[in-house]
Design a protein around this ligand. Structure first.
Ligand SMILES: NC(=O)c1ccc[n+]([C@@H]2O[C@H](COP(=O)([O-])OP(=O)(O)OC[C@H]3O[C@@H](n4cnc5c(N)ncnc54)[C@H](O)[C@@H]3O)[C@@H](O)[C@H]2O)c1
Length: 339
């Protein structure tokens, strides 16, 4: 393979455009040669803003482009599994945004499909693995800095959107735990050394978006997870924070504790005035993780070109879905769920 990875990107929505900008402008050894979207204006944007030479309305047509080595998928979640399989069948490496699928048998099918394609490789990107602070935490744990880690608290909490726009997408998101806590589940497994999950219990409420009740979803949820080695995790997810996007994680070990992102401040500015001392908050996941979104593209491109392992496996992505589904089931039934 050439020492430039020739990439086609599918999906140019809210997040896909950010990927397109990163791949076109600033990921070393990557070249964004093609895009795919069923929406002509989105293709036009890529041609105009990024000078992408080829654009496709149809994903299979892009996969037939012999001048592409890899595809990036930033498409709706319901398409991920099949599009990963199609990319592998077409002889492309594939990077896919999280989650792999909302359905466990489908996750397992993709894992098996990928096993049949040892040459071309697939990765599901969980962006927090590539955030500098989370990586530093992981390295500190591996160096024995907090002794044996046995407890993770992790939350994903979004800024309240008074328009409630997200409610429209909620039915296809898999619900709060599959959409948001899947990140925290993946983090907890990673930071605790990938123990097997044993049992979960989850609760939730509709604090501010009543239309969620009709579709059986919640806007705030909490859960506990026990692992077979005795380690534990607690998760909190929310769509209703008044102050901003507030994602943070604590890892507690026998000889210390690490906290990542405890103060969700936007920057290093501190304002002191007649109202007190304060900072502005991070408005969304993108400001918080914009560097990490870039870093995981770099990781994928380097791993494919240099033949080095991905930090994350498809099995990790399937396991995150499995645990998130168990949280949803526990919340809906009111019972603990054994895994
Ligand atoms: N890691 C994170 O923190 C994070 C945050 C937001 C979204 N996501 C994930 O990113 C994915 C995309 O989310 P989004 O918010 O950008 O969605 P979006 O709806 O804004 O964009 C989806 C895009 O896919 C395109 N599309 C639809 N069908 C297609 C097809 N058949 N072939 C090619 N393109 C097609 C649409 O035209 C659109 O451009 C989702 O899976 C979501 O879970 C991850």
């Amino acid at each position: 393979m050439s020492k430039i990875l020739r990439i086609g990107l599918a999906g140019l929505g809210r997040l896909g455009r950010r990927y397109a900008e990163n791949l076109a402008r600033s990921v070393p050894r990557a070249r964004l040669d093609a895009v795919c979207s069923p929406i002509e204006e989105e293709q036009q944007w890529a041609r105009d803003a990024l000078a992408v030479s080829r654009s496709y309305a149809d994903y299979t047509a892009m996969l037939a482009d012999a001048e592409l080595d890899a595809v990036f998928l930033v498409t709706p979640t319901s398409l991920h599994a099949e599009q990963i399989e199609q990319a592998l069948d077409a002889g492309k490496h594939v990077f896919c945004e999280k989650p792999l699928s909302l359905d466990l048998p489908t996750c397992r099918r993709v894992v098996e499909h990928a096993r049949q394609h040892p040459v071309h490789r697939a990765m599901v990107g969980f962006v927090r693995h590539f955030d500098a602070s989370y990586r530093e935490a992981k390295a500190h744990i591996e160096a024995g800095g907090i002794g044996k880690p046995f407890m993770v608290y992790s939350q994903t909490a979004d800024l309240l959107d008074p328009s409630g726009a997200f409610v429209k997408f909620a039915p296809s998101s898999g619900g709060l735990f599959l959409d948001c806590s899947v990140h925290d589940i993946d983090l907890a497994r990673w930071l605790l050394g990938r123990p097997a999950a044993k049992r979960v219990y989850a609760i939730g409420t509709v604090a501010m978006y009543p239309p969620l009740e009709a579709i059986g979803d919640i806007d705030n949820g909490a859960a506990v997870c026990e692992f077979v080695d005795g380690s534990m995790a607690m998760f909190y997810a929310s769509r209703t924070q008044a102050h901003g996007h507030d994602t943070h994680t604590d890892i507690i070990g026998t000889a210390g504790k690490l906290s990542v992102g405890r103060n969700p401040r936007l920057d290093r500015l501190e304002i002191a005035d007649a109202y007190g001392v304060r900072s502005l908050s991070t408005p969304s996941f993108f400001e918080r993780f914009s560097e990490a979104f870039h870093a995981h593209c770099v990781h994928f491109v380097d791993a494919v070109l240099d033949g080095t392992p991905f930090d994350l496996t498809l099995e990790d992505a399937a396991e995150a879905t499995r645990i998130a589904i168990a949280l949803r089931e526990s919340r809906q039934t009111g019972q603990p769920v054994a895994l």
